[in-house]
Ligand binder design. Structure first.
Ligand code: SAM
Length: 233
């Protein structure tokens, strides 16, 4: 077969500045608000006429950050503890023959005042992700409550999240502290650690917006230790 070439139609602006900590599927962190800025020549209001009538959209995008690492026929999904393997086409792994992702996200708004920008919530995408296509979600054909979910039947277990005193004080100094706190709690509740790691002393860091958030996980509880503001990019 001949290869095909696709052109990104837009770029994601996301609070997730690195892969670590990004939820493993959309909607697991509902307060993760993102924008999708359409690129010329797709940034014309005509391209999105009628889209605002839909509450959710499918995004097809490139796993651009892991593209160079290639793929293998078997992968180890985190949901199986990182040991058992399944076929790449039975998984949502980023390491695929064609590094394409598919996420269903909430459409909060469509702004056509300068170019075209979509406001989105609940996505699982890295900042700078190139988007190849947008399609409206059609509930009557695409919502199948009785469908089987294989090894991901049901939501993952979540952690409790606690804040230590220092982290609380540092949070209060951040702009939009309440929204940031909600996002941090949603992200940490998903347990971002690799499946094989369980070291209660280990301190992890996750970058959200302009903040480095340090935390530790022990006994089913994630403790926020510190929040450091870093230069925005
Ligand atoms: N919902 C999508 C799908 O099923 O195709 C993505 C699932 S994939 C398991 C989700 C992970 O992809 C995130 O946790 C994050 O680590 C990673 N990711 C998100 N954006 C990425 C990008 N642009 N390049 C590489 N990896 C990315």
């Amino acid at each position: 077969m001949q290869p095909y070439t696709f052109t990104p139609i837009g770029l994601i602006r996301s609070p997730f500045k690195e892969k670590f900590g990004i939820p493993r599927q959309p909607a697991l962190a509902k307060s993760a608000h993102m924008t999708l800025e359409l690129l010329p020549p797709f940034d014309q209001p005509d391209c999105v006429r009628g889209l605002e009538a839909f509450s959710h959209v499918w995004l097809q995008f490139v796993f651009h950050d892991t593209l160079a690492r290639g793929w293998s026929p078997l992968v180890r999904p985190p949901r199986l503890g990182g040991n058992a393997k399944v076929g790449v086409f039975a998984s949502r792994s980023t390491h695929r023959p064609n590094a394409l992702g598919l996420s269903l996200v909430e459409l909060l708004g469509v702004d056509t005042s300068a170019g075209v920008t979509l406001q989105l919530a609940g996505a699982d995408l890295l900042d700078g992700t190139p988007v190849l296509d947008i399609k409206p979600y059609i509930p009557f054909v695409e919502a199948i409550p009785e469908a089987r979910g294989g090894f991901v039947d049901g939501p993952p277990p979540t952690l409790q999240v606690r804040w230590n005193e220092l982290a609380r004080q540092q949070l209060a100094e951040q702009p939009e502290a309440a929204a940031l706190a909600t996002l941090i709690e949603e992200v940490l509740a998903q347990d971002p650690r690799p499946a094989y790691q369980d070291d209660p002393e280990r301190v992890y860091g996750v970058r959200l917006y302009h903040c480095d958030v340090r935390f530790r996980i022990a006994g089913g509880v994630a403790e926020v230790l510190e929040i450091d503001r870093v230069d925005q990019n």
